[in-house]
Design a protein around this ligand. Structure first.
Ligand SMILES: [Zn+2]
Length: 196
């Protein structure tokens, strides 16, 4: 930034302040800081970053090759970019897939544990393209779970945390209220207690 500041001063015939003064003013008189953009990294880089320094040292050679491949691909991209920019009207077109398409697809999971037997869990999974992760989705999962209970059950006691986005909300209460009030032939659940 200081380099850019000097260029700006030169272009506008101004005397630039010293780097020290520039730094002092930047740090003390402006409420500014640098933002490091978040970047999705590949599985290899992620694994490597999790290693201890000693382990990293051990795997350095392979990792360096990985980084070299990355640099080579960036170079190849730059070359094609230059080729496509060479002339005003170019016959070469460069296409780059941007971050959105390489972003990881989110999978949501709600797990319900039944108290009767140990390890009796039910996982409700959906993708971010199929639904959000709000109270409607959670209520739908619990609804599905209630529907699948055996006919012999007529009372259900639920325990959950007090997360209002997930459990303690109108949608959930309304779903359960409706569930016990509606006329059904196959199920006979008439009491649902939701404990927080
Ligand atoms: Zn990588």
């Amino acid at each position: 930034m200081y380099q850019l500041f000097i260029e700006y001063c030169q272009e506008n015939n101004l005397e630039p302040a010293s780097e020290r003064t520039y730094r002092k003013i930047f740090c003390e008189e402006f409420n500014l800081s640098f933002f490091k953009p978040k970047k999705d990294i590949c599985a290899t880089c992620h694994r490597y970053n999790q290693l201890t320094l000693a382990e990293q040292e051990e795997q350095r050679e392979g990792y360096d090759k990985h980084i070299q491949r990355y640099r080579d691909s960036m170079k190849a991209k730059q070359m094609d970019k230059d080729r496509s920019n060479q002339k005003e009207v170019s016959s070469v077109l460069l296409l780059t897939f941007r971050a959105y398409y390489s972003r990881k697809l989110c999978v949501y999971n709600l797990t319900v544990w039944e108290g009767k037997k140990p390890n009796d869990g039910h996982c409700f999974c959906w993708l971010e393209i199929e639904g959000k992760r709000g109270s409607n989705e959670i209520a739908s999962c619990i609804f599905r779970w209630l529907e699948k209970l055996p006919c012999s059950i007529n009372e259900v006691s639920l325990f959950s945390d007090t997360c209002s986005g997930k459990n303690r909300n109108q949608q959930m209460a309304a779903m359960m209220m409706w569930y016990v009030q509606r006329q059904r032939t196959s199920h006979a659940i008439n009491i649902i207690t939701h404990n927080f």
